[in-house]
Write a protein that binds this ligand. Sequence first.
Ligand SMILES: C[S@@+](CC[C@H](N)C(=O)[O-])C[C@H]1O[C@@H](n2cnc3c(N)ncnc32)[C@H](O)[C@@H]1O
Length: 285
Amino acid sequence: MDARQPSQTADGAAIMRALHQQLPAEERVLDDPVAALLVDTQSDAFRTRVSLVAQLPETVRLRLTNFVLRSRFVEDCLAQAAQAGIVQYVILGAGLDTFAYRQPSWAQRLRIFEVDHPATQKMKQSRLRDAGIFIPDNVFFTAVDFENTTLDAGLRQAFFDASRPAFFSMLGVSQYLAADALDSTVKFVLSMPKSSEMVLTIVLPDHLLPSDEAALAASYAARFAAIGEPWLTRPAPDEFLAKLRSMGFSQAHHLSPEEANKRYFSGRTDGLKASLQEQMVRAVV
Ligand SMILES: C[S@@+](CC[C@H](N)C(=O)[O-])C[C@H]1O[C@@H](n2cnc3c(N)ncnc32)[C@H](O)[C@@H]1O
């Protein structure tokens, strides 16, 4: 992607989280009162997204939950890690992630590092300003292009302490990285002290998806390539997990759609389900 332009897919993800907030509070997978404040509902991007979602076949639309499920799952894992004593949270490819601006009380002892392309970070900071959202003292921004800057160098600038365990999230990002850049990012996490962990999303290859989801993936991939954010890397979950274990992670877990449905979508009457196209992996050093 062109690091001089803010990420349009970051805006798209934020729009999807904002749309989810239109559900009654008790039906939300992710309760995010900040999401809508960072989105321009008068923009072409907003109108286009709403109309694209409305045109999807219902089976696919009901599984378009990855944008909220991934934040919810990460925040649940982070809460556990924080309880176990982790005090550094690094959000890789943060986009318009809102966690830092709606921090629960347990998060206030964390140092939160938002890492992203410079232009996307600038866009986020200006949206925060426009929305009158205060940036808490425990939030630090650092600009890094994973394709050509080491994460180590970027985080050091932000006074990240690589000698203490940290929790990393990387949501909706791995598909935009070349395989080498994804490897280097994962290796950096692995170089961290024991009990550090990473939760990330992967987009599955077409051959592992039913035809309706593969068609959605193809349309996304074409649209994002046309705006300069092509999908480059789509590992199969089993192979990715095997790789993480062989690299040296002590645990690697795939949150399968079945497990996600049981955990986050059971008892719903509206048919919402976990996404098949984008799934989540948790790896512990
Ligand atoms: C689809 S957005 C996801 C944003 C956010 N994580 C979320 O869940 O809403 C992808 C993000 O990855 C970032 N990104 C993509 N390639 C990157 C790279 N090479 N270096 C740093 N950030 C990158 C983009 O700037 C953007 O913020």
